[in-house]
Ligand binder design. Structure first.
Ligand code: SF4
Length: 400
């Protein structure tokens, strides 16, 4: 008997917490140092009302991944974070064993809090270390040290969290090839299950952008950054971390299920300021202004807009989006799968350009499968803009 037809659709859930204890000089995420207790409580209540408004449309979905990110979710008062988690579990049908991630800044966790989160069903912790060099952390204006991270990491293990991601960055002011390798050595010795490795980008609207000439002068040049990236991939692979996406590495069986939903074009709903969703054929994002968001959610009958952008994904966009997202993944794009999904040949649409990149060593081609090489991943934004003939992919898809 077929059972699949009776199964509910799967859905990822994302909750954005736009608060931090201090603002890092390179950060362009929607987060502020708001610490007024009333505002934090009001925001969590708004998130709860917001998710409840989706209860009906998500009733035929089972949620197999939850991601509370930010910002710094652990900057919320403990009882507010717990109230939010309780509401998520009450509002949506969470599958047994659903991946449940909370992001944490190493300066904001205690073993007690982590134990409580674990008991509530949180089974994955994502910690932003960025660098194990205190001088580099200071250059990034991170509020934690290497020692703080170590303490928080041990607290997470003591609390029973057996799936931990650690974020690392390269291209940091004062960072050298050797110091990056030392950071990777430090992290891999701790044996987290997952490592994310990002290239520092200087984004408009940040203090780093205002100081960009100086920041660039203090940072490695592009050739060194490419060497850092390629060597990091080799180093991580030798330590048992398989690269499955441009910036993501995991020990066997620990790929981030939630993030894979984004890259596999699966459905997810995002709640909170600036959160993005892909649901029922539409991509939409929530407004970024904190007070307007809370006002709009508190009175859903008002005219106040809650949605910043909404786009029905038509066939042409769906093809482009699929190509962009598949090339983020190490396994790349399979032309047979492409043809059966869209009824048109990948080669016919993009073959000439793809072959050019294969010949130049930025892409591989084997048995109908195209994938970016590490060099190709380093400049993926450029390559994909060229293949898809987009003028600018903007922040939608970065390099690394
Ligand atoms: S902790 Fe993260 S979200 Fe907060 S300011 Fe720093 S980089 Fe941005």
């Amino acid at each position: 008997m077929r059972t699949d037809i009776f199964e509910n659709k799967r859905l990822g859930l994302y909750f954005h917490i736009p608060f931090c204890l201090s603002k890092c000089a390179y950060c362009d995420f929607n987060s502020s140092v708001e610490n007024n207790a009333e505002t934090l409580t009001r925001y969590v209540s708004a998130l709860i009302s917001h998710m409840e408004s989706y209860k009906l449309c998500a009733k035929n979905h089972d949620s197999d991944s939850v991601f509370i990110g930010g910002g710094t979710p652990t900057a919320l008062p403990e009882e507010e974070l717990i109230r939010l988690i309780r509401a998520v579990k009450k509002t949506f049908n969470l599958t047994k064993g659903a991946e449940f991630t909370v992001e944490a800044n190493p300066a904001t966790v205690s073993v007690n809090l982590l134990k409580k989160l674990r008991r509530m069903g949180v089974n994955r912790l994502s910690m932003g270390l960025q660098s194990a060099d205190n001088g580099e952390l200071k250059a990034l204006s991170r509020i934690h040290t290497r020692q703080d991270f170590l303490q928080s990491y041990r607290a997470a293990r003591a609390a029973g969290l057996d799936n931990i991601n650690v974020d690392v960055m390269f291209g940091i002011p004062y960072q050298t090839f050797d110091s990056l390798m030392k950071t990777l050595d430090f992290v891999t010795r701790l044996r987290p299950e997952h490592i994310s490795l990002y290239n520092l980008k200087i984004e408009p609207g940040t203090p780093f952008f205002d100081e960009r000439k100086n920041i660039k002068r203090l940072s490695a040049d592009e050739d060194t950054e490419l060497a850092m990236y390629v060597s990091a991939i080799d180093f991580l692979s030798a330590r048992g971390y398989y690269q499955y996406e441009i910036s993501n590495f995991a020990r066997s069986g620990y790929q981030c299920y939630h993030n894979l939903k984004y890259w596999n074009c699966e459905e997810y709903l995002g709640f909170g300021v600036s959160a993005h969703s892909y649901f029922d054929g539409n991509r939409f994002s929530i407004i970024g202004n904190l007070r307007q968001y809370m006002d709009a959610v508190e009175d859903m009958t008002s005219e106040a807009p809650l949605i910043a952008e909404n786009e029905r994904i038509e066939d042409r966009e769906r093809v482009g989006e699929y190509v962009m997202l598949r090339f983020r993944l190490n396994e790349g794009l399979n032309s047979m799968e492409f043809a059966s999904r869209f009824g048109v040949s990948f080669e016919k649409m993009y073959g000439n350009k793809a072959l050019r990149y294969v010949k130049a060593g930025f892409m591989t081609y084997k048995d109908g499968n195209y994938a970016l090489t590490p060099r190709g991943m380093f400049v993926s934004n450029y390559i994909l803009s060229d293949i898809l003939e987009f003028e600018d992919l903007g922040g939608y898809i970065g390099n690394i």
